[in-house]
Design a protein around this ligand. Structure first.
Ligand code: SF4
Length: 439
């Protein structure tokens, strides 16, 4: 990034973001510092800065803020001119800077859970709230998936903060007619909840839900989905045309600004860059030797893990479970189809689609992932608190081995806390697996 751009963003972030947004401001400055060292300043980098800035300046500019979890898109909020705040930008975004660790220690001290019982993906929200440093939105929305940890942390936050809240129940069964788990009532159940959520938003915000605006948002949302599907398809190429983090950012943009024109532009950018590399036969790595499936979250406290894998083993992590965004573009030609797209997109969202029902959903997802992307091995860095996923990973690894012969590494760690299993220990486990089992 050139000095002028750096100064421009530094200036834009000036001023008081409020005590509850002070940590977010520090995070913004942390990212800005990282980007300053990068030679290139790409549209995705700029979009990340804009997202953080928009959140930080929302209050000053009179935009009401709605907090939501990482597994839900902001399309309704964008339609209603509300400022979305994906909560995990805060509670997980602090992890690469280790700024969440003192908050986790404080949470332990006050007796709010511990690592094996409540997941540190969202636990810092409560500790930070008790310290007066958590962002407090105008409205809160959360879902019943993907885990008890998330649902309980958000319920506790609702109760402590008193913020008006809407909670959505996610059905278990499939909406795909060819699935053995198909239930014809699942989509209707979901669509009805979406409509009732819209009424709730109208009542709370005293704003009118504008149908035309909603349809335009859904059109843009599905355009971005189309680019992501094309990007995902391009990643099947050997060598892989995009780096290990690119897919993750696609998900991030859909979870923070999905439905906006910026999301269309930035997902198109990623698609175009990958397509150009495929056309020229260029891989993200000069000499790709290993393709890894990563059907779980990143080790968020260790930003250097993927670069280390790339440099040490010429290994590329094709997509992680969030970056492996799988919602196909829908037909949005009528209002009813827009509602169906809203409901279907929620059910197929990253992590929800693969984890909201019987273990068969996840097993099928990982087996397809291994086959589609010609991977050599599977790595699951499992969060201790994520008991349901831990159990699924074990049976999935056996199914993958049986069906494809591909080996898996499952190990416990806390992707949000560097002190639980340190970065060196994680690298040691991965090295041992790659050198003794995979190669
Ligand atoms: S890592 Fe597991 S326990 Fe933590 S929020 Fe995600 S699904 Fe829930």
């Amino acid at each position: 990034m050139d000095l002028e751009t750096f100064k421009k963003y530094k200036k834009l972030a000036r001023g008081n973001w409020g005590k509850d947004f002070a940590l977010l401001k520090m995070m913004f400055n942390g990212f800005l510092g990282i980007l300053k060292e990068e030679e290139e300043f790409t549209p995705p980098m700029e979009t990340i800065l804009k997202i953080l800035l928009n959140i930080g300046t929302a209050r000053k500019e009179g935009r009401e803020i709605i907090m939501h979890p990482f597994n839900y898109g902001p399309e309704l909020f964008i339609t209603m001119d509300l400022q979305p705040l994906m909560q995990e930008i805060f509670s997980v975004g602090l992890a690469p800077f280790h700024m969440n660790e003192p908050i986790l220690d404080f949470s332990n001290e006050i007796g709010y859970g511990d690592n094996p019982t409540i997941c540190n993906a969202s636990r810092p929200l409560i500790g930070a709230y008790m310290q007066g440093t958590a962002p407090v939105p105008d409205y809160l929305f959360f879902l019943s998936t993907p885990c008890n940890s998330l649902a309980i942390n958000y319920q506790v936050f609702e109760s402590l903060s008193g913020v008006p809240t809407y909670n959505m129940d996610i059905p278990y069964w499939s909406i795909e007619e060819d699935s053995e788990f198909y239930d014809e009532k699942a989509l209707e159940y979901m669509t009805n909840q979406c409509k009732s959520f819209i009424s709730w938003l109208e009542e709370q915000t005293k704003r009118k839900f504008e149908i035309e605006k909603f349809q335009q948002t859904m059109l843009r949302l599905n355009q971005a989905r189309e680019y992501i599907m094309e990007f995902n398809e391009l990643l099947r190429t050997v060598p892989c045309p995009a780096g290990s983090m690119t897919g993750f950012w696609n998900w991030y943009f859909m979870a923070t600004i999905g439905g906006s024109q910026d999301a269309v532009d930035v997902t198109k950018y990623a698609r175009d860059a990958a397509a150009e590399n495929v056309k020229q036969g260029i891989g993200a790595l000069e000499d790709e030797k290993l393709r890894i499936a990563w059907p779980y979250t990143h080790v968020f406290f260790d930003r250097e893990l993927f670069p280390w894998l790339e440099e040490t083993y010429n290994a590329i992590a094709i997509l992680d479970i969030l970056g492996n965004y799988q919602v196909e573009p829908h037909d949005t030609s009528t209002l009813d189809k827009c509602y169906d797209s809203l409901a279907g997109g929620t059910l197929g969202y990253s992590m929800i689609g693969a984890c909201r029902g019987p273990a068969e959903y996840y097993i099928e997802y990982v087996i397809n992932y291994v086959k589609d992307y010609k991977v050599d091995c599977v790595i699951y860095p499992m969060q201790y608190a994520c008991k349901h996923a831990f159990a699924m990973a074990r049976i999935t690894s056996e199914a993958v081995r049986e069906e494809t012969g591909i080996p898996s590494l499952i190990f416990g760690c806390d992707p949000y806390d560097s002190r639980e299993v340190p970065a060196e220990a994680i690298r040691g486990k991965i090295s041992e697996f790659i050198e003794q089992v995979v190669l």
